[in-house]
Each structure stands twice: as structure tokens, then as C-alpha cells.
Design a protein around this ligand. Structure first.
Ligand SMILES: *[C@@H]1O[C@H](CO)[C@@H](O)[C@H](O)[C@H]1NC(C)=O
Ligand SMILES: *[C@@H]1O[C@H](CO)[C@@H](O)[C@H](O)[C@H]1NC(C)=O
Ligand SMILES: *[C@@H]1O[C@H](CO)[C@@H](O)[C@H](O)[C@H]1NC(C)=O
Ligand SMILES: *[C@@H]1O[C@H](CO)[C@@H](O)[C@H](O)[C@H]1NC(C)=O
Length: 405
């Protein structure tokens, strides 16, 4: 639900942040991991193995099927691309699966108006056992990525100690900066330290990383979405203030288009990630995605809300006995995005909620717009009647326009 009007103003503390100028809005794109994992069997499964072909085919789809033009511009490699190191210690991709090399793939992405993201791991090995970036390799690997014209680095944290991570993540941030190439930096560091202070220093993270994974990997199930959501909500007082333009919390990839979510659950994940100002990394097969799932991911009003220039992460503001929860994200131009989220497992539920319950106490008229149907409810003064679908929905509310469902 998107509400627009005067009242609420979010107070954001002044924080020092990474000054590479990147990711002023949450990044959007495609990331291989959740859907394609570490499938390296190109003999038996050439269409789906982690290979140049897979990334080129996804790049084509991003460029041709409307994704890029809506903002989904990152084409991101995850684990299992590495073949080894050469005699001088330079990283090399698997020669069989990436015969033309990563620079070729970066050029291909750039030629289509896309950006290429790559993956490494600060430690002895990547999580799947490929050569990692040990502390003595940080500078060399940053230079290699810059030479290849990579645009984003996701740095995982398997096979390292907390002390190595405390040295290595800031060291990589400095090494990326020293290359002179703007490379967005995605840090998995906090996820390896439990995601919370005092072990995690979010002020420091905002100075060195553009986004960070706080919590567990997402898996292809609704229970996984809920466990991530619960953790983010339980700790929203810590997490909400640390996000902002250039530095984002990352609850992990969108599952939409895969096998684990119903239609309503897919819509709910999209709405929740949007109101949380989360990165929108699709991880599905864009060659075969259904029109229905494309509609969810390509909803222009949804994307506009996710990409709102204020970059304020939303919060859960109401938790009702009826198992309806309301999330609110303040937006630019005195608008608000509201998600009415249902945890009920019986049927769609008729939920009534007064504007004052949501702290919209001004006497002006509001207009709400359902983000999924586009339907507008005008002249709201007191009560919002909402029939929540099975898993809830998103409304935008504006002074004269807007509820989101
Ligand atoms: C990394 O490898 C070194 C050298 O083999 C070893 O001493 C160290 O314990 C390893 N670190 C981790 C976290 O596995
Ligand atoms: C490196 O850091 C400086 C100072 O924060 C910043 O002005 C510059 O844009 C950064 N360069 C890159 C390539 O990230
Ligand atoms: C967290 O990091 C900030 C910025 O680097 C630093 O000023 C502050 O002292 C750190 N806080 C703690 C508790 O270590
Ligand atoms: C509304 O404002 C009051 C007073 O500031 C606060 O205690 C309450 O938590 C707020 N409710 C919501 C839903 O934000």
C-alpha cells in the first residue's frame, strides 16, 4: 500500500558511508546461486551448468525481455566459476566452462547495457571448495577483477577465521578502491558473525560495503522466506537504521519463478523485499519463467517503490492477533508503502484498520493504490477496508492517490 501525504518523516542518523558513489538505490539484477547452485556438469546438463553459456543466455533474456529497461541490470556470477590460479597466482575461470574468460563475459554484458558481478570468498576456499582469496591474495584478486572490468564483487566468508575476516573485508574494500574501477562491494561478513552487534559493527560495514548479507542463505521454500523475515523483524531496531543509499541490508535472493512458492507467496516475497528496501536479485531461469511470475517481478510501481530515492528501509509497525501484520516504508514526496501481510493459513481475511492505527492522524484525505491490481481507493479518511489475500499484499498510500496490495 502506498500512502502519500504529509505526516511521517523518518529520522536517519548521519553516518559515514562508502564513497564509491555506487548503489544509491538497491541493486537489481540476476544472481545464479539459488536456482543454479554449483551445477558444474556441462556434459550431462549443458543448458544449466555454471558456464559462459548460461550467463550469456541470461544476459540475452535480461536485455530482450524488458528486465534491463526496468532496472535489472546486474548479471551476477556466484560460486563455482573458478578453475584455479596460474603460475603467477592470478585467478582463472574454469577453461572448459568459461573458454573465453571473464573479461569476454564482462564485455558481452556491457555490450547489452548490463553489468557483470563476480564471486569470491575471503578464506582458503570458496564455500564449494574452489580457491579462495587469502589475505595475501586480496590486492592481486581485486586487480584481476578490475582488469576484467567486473562491476560488482560478492565476497563470501567460508574457510576463514573471524580475525581474518576483520582484516580481509576492509582490506578488499581498500584494494577495490585502489584499482580505480568503481566496483560495488557485497560483503557476506555479518552473516558469518551472527549478524548482530557487538560482533557486527554496522557503522564500519557502511563505510566499506555497498550491501551485506546479514543472515542465512535463502532456500526455495516459504518457510525459508518466513525465517528470514522473522529474523529481520526481530532485529529491525538494529537493522532498519543502518540501511540507506549506497549501503543496504540484503535478505538474499528472490525465489519467484522457482518451485517453492505459491502465487500469493511469490507476490508476498516481492512486496516484503520491496518495503524492506532490499536488493532485488532474481535467481530463476529467465528462459522459461511464466508470464505470471514475470508480472510480479516486472511490476513498475513495485520497482519504483523499491528504488525510492530516500532509500529508507521499512519496518513492521503492527502485529495483530488476527495474524495480520502491517509494514510501512516512508517514500519520497510524502508517500508511504504499506504491506498488509497475512500469516493466516485458513483463507483470505477481511481486515479493517483505521488510519490512526497506522499513525496517519492528519485530517487530510488519503488515496491508496493497490500495487498489484492498480486499483485506487480515493478519499480515505478513517478506515481502510482490506481483504488480504492468502499471504497479504502491498498498498501505496498518497495524499491523493495510493494503496498497495
Ligand atoms: C587455511 O589454511 C592454512 C594453511 O593450510 C591453515 O593453517 C588454516 O588453519 C586454514 N584456515 C582455515 C580457517 O581453515
Ligand atoms: C575511492 O575512495 C575515495 C575516497 O572515499 C572516493 O572519492 C573514490 O571515488 C573511490 N574510488 C573508487 C574507484 O571507488
Ligand atoms: C564501529 O566502526 C566505527 C567506524 O569504523 C568506529 O568509529 C567505531 O568505533 C566502531 N565501534 C565499535 C564498538 O567498535
Ligand atoms: C504510533 O505512534 C505512537 C506514539 O508515537 C507509538 O507509540 C506507536 O507505536 C505508533 N504506532 C505505529 C503503528 O507506528
Amino acid at each position: 500500500m502506498l500512502w502519500k501525504t504529509a505526516p511521517l518523516l523518518a529520522l536517519v542518523g548521519q553516518v559515514l558511508v562508502l564513497e564509491n558513489g555506487l548503489l544509491r538505490r538497491p541493486p537489481m539484477g540476476w544472481l545464479a546461486w539459488e536456482r543454479f547452485r554449483c551445477n558444474i556438469d556441462c556434459e550431462e546438463d549443458p543448458e544449466n551448468c555454471i558456464s559462459e553459456r548460461l550467463f550469456m543466455e541470461m544476459a540475452d533474456r535480461l536485455a530482450q525481455d524488458g528486465w534491463r529497461d526496468l532496472g535489472y541490470t546486474y548479471l551476477n556470477i556466484d560460486d563455482c566459476w573458478i578453475g584455479g590460479r596460474d603460475a603467477k597466482g592470478h585467478l582463472m575461470p574454469s577453461p572448459k566452462r568459461f573458454p573465453n574468460g571473464i573479461a569476454f563475459l564482462a564485455d558481452y554484458a556491457h555490450s547489452l547495457g548490463l553489468q557483470l558481478g563476480i564471486y569470491e570468498d575471503l578464506g582458503n576456499f570458496t564455500c564449494m571448495g574452489f580457491p579462495g582469496t587469502t589475505l595475501d591474495k586480496v590486492v592481486q584478486d581485486a586487480q584481476t577483477f578490475a582488469e576484467w572490468k567486473v562491476d560488482m564483487l560478492k565476497l563470501d566468508g567460508c574457510y576463514s577465521t573471524p580475525e581474518e575476516r576483520a582484516k580481509g573485508y576492509p582490506m578488499m574494500a581498500a584494494a577495490l578502491n585502489a584499482t580505480g574501477r568503481p566496483i560495488a562491494f557485497s560483503c557476506s561478513w555479518p552473516a558469518y558473525e551472527g549478524g548482530l552487534p557487538p560482533k557486527v559493527n554496522y557503522s564500519q560495514l557502511a563505510e566499506i560495503c555497498n550491501l551485506w548479507r546479514n543472515y542465512d542463505d535463502i532456500q526455495d521454500s516459504w518457510s525459508s522466506v518466513l525465517s528470514i523475515l522473522d529474523w529481520f523483524v526481530d532485529h529491525q531496531d538494529i537493522l532498519q537504521p543502518v540501511a540507506g543509499p549506497g549501503h543496504w541490508n540484503d535478505p538474499d535472493m528472490l525465489l519467484i519463478g522457482n518451485f517453492g512458492l505459491s502465487f500469493e507467496q511469490a507476490r508476498a516475497q516481492m512486496a516484503l523485499w520491496t518495503v524492506l528496501a532490499a536488493p532485488l536479485f532474481i535467481s530463476t531461469d529467465l528462459r522459461t519463467i511464466s508470464a505470471q511470475n514475470m508480472d510480479i517481478l516486472q511490476n513498475p510501481l513495485m520497482i519504483k517503490i523499491n528504488q525510492d530515492p530516500l532509500g529508507i528501509q521499512g519496518r513492521r509497525i503492527l502485529k495483530e492477533k488476527s495474524l495480520i501484520e502491517v509494514f510501512l516504508r516512508p517514500l519520497d514526496n510524502n508517500a508511504y508503502a504499506l504491506v498488509f501481510f497475512s500469516r493466516r493459513t485458513d483463507m483470505p481475511y477481511r481486515f479493517h484498520c483505521s488510519l490512526s492505527q497506522l499513525n496517519f492522524t492528519s485530517s487530510i484525505l488519503y488515496e491508496a493504490q493497490d500495487v498489484y491490481t492498480g486499483g485506487v481507493i480515493s478519499g480515505l479518511r478513517a478506515l481502510i477496508p482490506i481483504r488480504t489475500p492468502a499471504s497479504g499484499f502491498l498498498l501505496t498510500l498518497k495524499s491523493r492517490f495510493g494503496i498497495f496490495l
